[in-house]
Design a protein around this ligand. Structure first.
Ligand SMILES: Cc1cc2nc3c(=O)[nH]c(=O)nc-3n(C[C@H](O)[C@H](O)[C@H](O)COP(=O)(O)O)c2cc1C
Length: 160
């Protein structure tokens, strides 16, 4: 019950790279949140009010299914959850992931990459999808190097 997991969703590869570096710094296992239905370029078109990502982001109750599963979630006490910011929040597939597990007593730590926006209300949304977990304030990890990741992990260790 003392291991750390870095779980991430990444549609275009940016968050994946950060997640890999974070897992290395934190000495954590790495897990990819794989959408059951992959996001196409058309799905990710935020200029289209009818694109999949726009419709899912507008409907905060949407829960796109996840194809991958953490079989040993009980082993982890701290779960970092990374994602791209979509429309100022977490993609709702992140909530699908959280709701797939009983996270009682665990510490959930959001992190994100974006075009510049912060995490907005992501942590509040995620707390709603992880009742019983403590959801810490997240961090935006755009273009960060090793020392920033070490500082993030140290902050989380102090709070977890
Ligand atoms: C559908 C969609 C919505 C986005 N909304 C925002 C936004 O509100 N604010 C922002 O700064 N960036 C936004 N972005 C940019 C992504 O957050 C950014 O490119 C991120 O690093 C992509 O991560 P990924 O490569 O792991 O998918 C959006 C991207 C997409 C595809």
């Amino acid at each position: 019950m003392s291991k750390t997991l870095v779980a991430y969703f990444s549609a275009q590869g940016t968050t994946q790279k950060v997640a890999q570096k974070l897992a290395a710094v934190a000495g954590a296992d790495l897990f990819e949140i794989v959408p059951a239905q992959p996001y196409t370029a058309a799905d990710l078109n935020w200029n289209n009010s009818q694109s999949r990502s726009t419709l899912e982001s507008k409907d905060r109750t949407s829960r796109p299914p996840v194809a991958s599963h953490v079989d040993n979630m009980d082993d982890y006490s701290t779960v970092y959850v990374g994602f791209p910011i979509w429309w100022y929040r977490e993609p709702t597939i992140v909530d699908s992931f959280l709701e797939d597990y009983n996270l009682d007593g665990k510490v959930v730590v959001p992190f994100a990459t974006s075009g510049g926006s912060g995490l907005g209300k992501s942590a509040q949304d995620m707390a709603g999808s992880a009742p019983g977990a403590t959801v810490l304030d997240g961090e935006l990890l755009n273009g960060v190097g090793r020392s920033a990741l070490e500082a993030f992990v140290a902050r989380v260790s102090a709070e977890a």
